[in-house]
Design a protein around this ligand. Structure first.
Ligand code: HDL
Ligand code: ZN
Length: 437
């Protein structure tokens, strides 16, 4: 073994240089990390999928502490502690439900879940002091806000420049607002949501007929043409940026089903005609526990061969996709490597927890570089953009710092403008370009 004393005389010098270089390297590393964190923090984001609404939709836009506390993620969590029958919970008013959730999940137990933490992040961002644990004073603070001002405040705090809504002609409260027409708030983009058309044809065909679209129950050429007219009318009415459907884990394609035929004969030709992507969110198991109502949906492993077939068989169409099962995420990344007409986005629903967001973002950067959209909020309550975005930005930053540091170790030091370009790409730039007609 080489005796340390025999080491060549320059070792100390060499070590000195190494120490100096590593000190410089460390300083570089910290400077780089700071730059990236600030960039991710400061770059306004396009929130590509939410359940929020332009204020023209009135009470459809949920906001404020009681809506925050009765978010269906927290309803699912509070049921784990309740002994009362579910119908007792549902008989409570929204404020009573919020009181019960606050008491159970925040006071009687520490609010360590992601959905609970989110409420506290929001309160803190608004300058309220959650450790007062005083729901009554929090309610008083919210009561002073007007919705118009509050929208601006939440978008500023979350650094959100565009909110993409989920717009359904099949929603009896939403449809009349579009039919009446209203002055759009250009911060709110639209997406045409068509689940009932694709997943419940038997009950949807009669509604289309009622709305004077000449459809019959079979998928004749005339019916397909009438469905395309319906899609065209609503695409133009809402200025849809994309069409979207949430599909069960059991979704297969092609399979001769009504869903598959409507996708192939009506939806994809329509999307191609209008130059719009078709967004698929795959993996839900609706109403696993119906007693929980909206909170009762679960997650299932999907067969992504269906998505692969769609991308391969319709190369002229553009597909946006996100999947619900953590176990499907790696295959989704591989599919995105194979098909440039596929753009994957978001850590959807049960995967939107820091642990899985980090795993998914790391996997995506390592397999796709920057050609994906790491996150959407899926916010149902306006205030949620105030927490969902800081929580996600922190994780995206952490992964980017590591990846750029890996580059710096090869001698490739990214410039400030390159980092800025890349972060803008991830926070909506790439998505926007993918959606462009
Ligand atoms: O179908 C969807 O768009 C899902 O996001 C559901 O709305 C789900 O209930 C949800 O809110 N996930 O975050
Ligand atoms: Zn959603």
């Amino acid at each position: 073994m080489l005796d340390r004393r025999d080491a060549c005389p320059t070792t100390q010098e060499h070590c000195f240089h190494l120490t100096k270089a590593s000190a410089r390297g460390f300083t570089l590393g910290r400077m780089l990390a700071k730059q990236i964190e600030q960039m991710v923090e400061a770059t306004p984001v396009i929130d590509v999928h939410t359940h929020l609404y332009d204020r023209a939709f009135g009470d459809l836009l949920l906001w404020g502490i009681d809506d925050l506390l009765t978010y269906h993620y927290l309803v699912a969590e509070v049921f784990r502690y309740l002994e009362v029958p579910s119908k007792k919970f549902w008989s409570l008013t929204k404020a009573e439900q919020a009181d019960l959730i606050w008491k159970t999940l925040f006071i009687e137990h520490s609010p360590v879940s992601e959905a609970c933490r989110g409420v506290l992040t929001t309160l803190q961002a608004h300058g309220l002091d959650p450790k007062q644990r005083d729901l009554a004073s929090i309610r008083k603070w919210f009561a002073n806000w007007k919705v118009d001002d509050y929208i601006t405040r939440c978008m500023e705090l979350g650094r959100v420049k565009t909110i993409c809504m989920t717009n359904s002609p099949f929603d009896d409260l939403e449809r009349p607002v579009w039919e009446r027409g209203f002055q759009r708030d250009d911060r709110f983009a639209a997406a045409l949501r068509i689940d009932p058309l694709l997943l419940d044809w038997a009950n949807t065909a009669p509604r289309l007929k009622e709305w004077r679209y000449a459809v019959s129950s079979d998928l004749s050429a005339a019916t397909v043409s009438a469905v395309r007219t319906f899609l065209a009318d609503w695409t133009k009415r809402i200025k849809a940026n994309y069409l979207m459907v949430s599909l069960p884990a059991s979704f297969t394609f092609p399979d001769g089903s009504v869903t598959g035929q409507l996708i192939e004969k009506a939806v994809l030709p329509h999307c191609q005609e209008f130059g719009l992507p078709f967004a698929l969110m795959i993996g839900v198991k609706r109403a696993l526990n119906p007693e929980l109502r909206l909170a009762g949906d679960g997650s299932g492993l999907s067969d992504l061969q269906a998505l692969s077939n769609l991308c391969a068989q319709f190369p002229e169409n553009k597909f946006l996709a996100t999947v619900l099962a953590r176990e499907n995420q790696h295959e989704l990344c591989v599919l995105a490597r194979k098909f440039r007409n596929l753009h994957i986005f978001g850590c959807w629903w049960f995967t939107n927890i820091p642990y899985v967001v980090e795993e998914m973002t790391r996997m995506r950067v390592e397999l796709l570089g920057l050609s994906f959209t790491p996150q959407h909020s899926d916010a149902r309550v306006l205030d949620q953009i105030v927490y969902k975005w800081p929580h996600s930005r922190r994780v995206v930053s952490k992964v980017l710092v590591e990846k750029y540091s890996d580059l710096a170790r090869t001698g490739w030091e990214p410039t400030q403008s390159e980092i800025e370009r890349d972060v803008k790409e991830l926070l909506g730039g790439g998505f926007e370009r993918f959606c462009q007609k």
